[in-house]
Write a protein that binds this ligand. Sequence first.
Ligand code: BGC
Ligand code: BGC
Length: 791
Amino acid sequence: MISYSRGKGNLENWVVSEELFQPDSLGKSEAIMYLGNGYMGLRSAAEEPYMKEVRNLFANGTFNKAGENEVTELPNIADVTRLDIRIDGDRFSLEFGKTKEYIKQLNIKTAELMRSFVWTSPKGKVLQFEFKRFVSLDNLHLIGMKMFVKSLTDPVHISFDTGIDAQMSNSGAQHFLEGERRIFDKKDIQLIQTTRESKIDVVISSTHKVFVNDVESINEPEMNMARRKVWLTYNIKLEPNDRLEVEKLTTVYTSRDNDLDFTEYTTRHLREKSLSDLRNCAIKGYESNFQLHKEAWNNLIWSSYELEINSENPYDLLALRFSLYHLTIMAPAHDDRMGIAAKGLSGEGYKGHSFWDTEIFILPFFTFSNPAVAKSLLTYRYFCLEGARKKARENGFSGAMFPWESAWPPDGEVTPNLGDIDIVTGEPTKIWSGFIEQHISADIAFAIYQYFNVTADQEFMNHYGYEVIFDTANFWVSRLEWNEGKQAYHINNVIGPDEYKEHVNNNAFTNYMVFFNMKLAIRYYETLMKEKPSILKKLITKFDMNKAYSLWKAKVGKIYLPQPRAEDFVIPQDDTYLTLKEIDLTKYKNQKKLRTIYRDYNSEQINAIQVTKQADILLMLYLLNQTFISEAVPLSNAVKEANFYYYERKTLHDSSLSLSTHSILASEIGDTDLAYSLFRKATEVDLGPRMDTSDEGIHAASIGGIWKATVFGFAGVRVVDGKLRINPKLPKQWRHLKFKIHWQGQPITLVLSHTTFSIKVENKKKIEFELNNHIYECDDVLNIDFEYING
Ligand code: BGC
Ligand code: BGC
């Protein structure tokens, strides 16, 4: 059971909690309350072990292949969170005895996990427990843990094992070679692991302090080692009302770290670094480290994003904060060789790989709110160019064909080949996305265009951006297929965003995005030719720019762009979609679990039905509306409405990426009630009360979508070809919305209500923007009354 109203006073709408312990539903709180800082992610499994737990610690970028036939994945590194506790010799577990006042909660404001309860042992001894944990945003290598135990009734003997456990795996797949283990001074423990194939060293060091009634215990622990494991056992006697307090601090270092200050890498250096950092942290102790972490959250995140919502449903504000929390902990802001995984760092799902989820659903938040992180994420894609070129060559194309799934940049395409069971054949289904879901190359080009328009970061374009846009256009030139009969270029045999349609011809989303990608290349080429030919010259070493330009020009105008049907303005999602059989989708539209259609049909059968997994055409309308090619796209309100209602009825939202786009479109066509209800559904993908939503990990794109539906949907913010446009459509449940965006290098704060609008330009550099079709200028503060301008 998840609860949203536990936070009181200045913690109101800052706390997500679980108020009932259910040993069969552990995944939910483990994932949605996971802790992290972009460098690492620690799933919030309980200290004491349970059968169905998933205990994960991931360090971003440490990809490894577990075997010959596997794709690379983010390995689950050694665990430091497990504590095996015994009370008078009996194992402590919430599955025995009686538990009262159970509460597990994530304090979003301070990014701290807390668990507390009163437990009566099977022998009738009553103890009070409290656990706390954080993964520091101040020192990215640091994990802090704390345990308090108080015996309320009887003298008890408590003993616990605590250490570093590398007997971990990814659902059985073992990624590491067994490394050295060591205990220093009966206190600090260290374990080294090395990934089998990628040969990355991971060094974990932990230290403990034990207090009874605030006095440090002098009891020496027992020292233990086993295969892949090293730990200490403490034995403590507690009298009634004695209070035991245990602090455990851990540092995590890997040979992939980009902040190592020694010139030549050796494992010994890394071990020393990990230990010396640990000892410095130990001098400060849990509380001071926690204070620094808390301040970092306050300064870097909450004070910087300044988000406020006054809604009749307080949950909405909590959901937005939850979204900012997760966007922060999933993003490797520290290292531009790393991307964001589809599940963040919260679980094994999708193996830590990055998809188009980043560019289309997550990146917009950073582009508008924290451009430095957006730049880092796009630079990651630049580093993936070599892999993209290799993929193009291997498939007989030129240019850069971005991998559908990406890991460490040189790995290139890492999509697995086989997936879930086919209910008809009983065999695993072949996964086609790595071969034919190709729109990602154009999605990345779009994201760079959006980043440049919002930030005006010319440096980034000169070094990275132009090259990606030109070389993806080169790929498309080689990918287009001439259709003699139609005298047009077609793109056959693809998967569009709607993955329920495989091997389709002319997926409208793909064709239009390709058209945009090539037009963009032409546009930038022509501007550079006039203004900065030296940038073009530099690129000549990579490919023949003049030839490329003439090919784009020759082909772009002949790309087939599916048009709305004359009778009802519906744009065909692909060549056959509108001719497919229609079935009653009510059962699946009302489903409690996702993808129930697979219980009745296999992929081949789904392919032959007018049913859509996720936003496809609608996403295209939304994206291209922001570009300079909008004239080439049928974007009238009538077309938007026709397509919205046609495809919304056919869309099962079986991918969590879908709801936020439909919500934004619903706002755009003025159906604010529907927009709000789709927004609420999007927030519930992870945060909702259902306990089985997030076992494999949180849904990073959906979490980015919560912010998008708010700022692009309800606040109606758009950057249309470099111009800032705002058309607010606040839902009736919201009284007021405040947020900050960075517009061309300058932070601006917007505050909206149903009748008023105010904008504050932080650096007092004059900006121009359009609000409800009126143009304004502002270099300080401007307050506008809607009734006045609309009347
Ligand atoms: C997703 C694909 C993905 C595949 C393998 C499927 O569930 O829909 O996009 O490539 O899993 O990771
Ligand atoms: C969606 C894809 C998405 C992937 C990873 C799939 O279910 O259909 O669009 O990229 O999940 O989140």
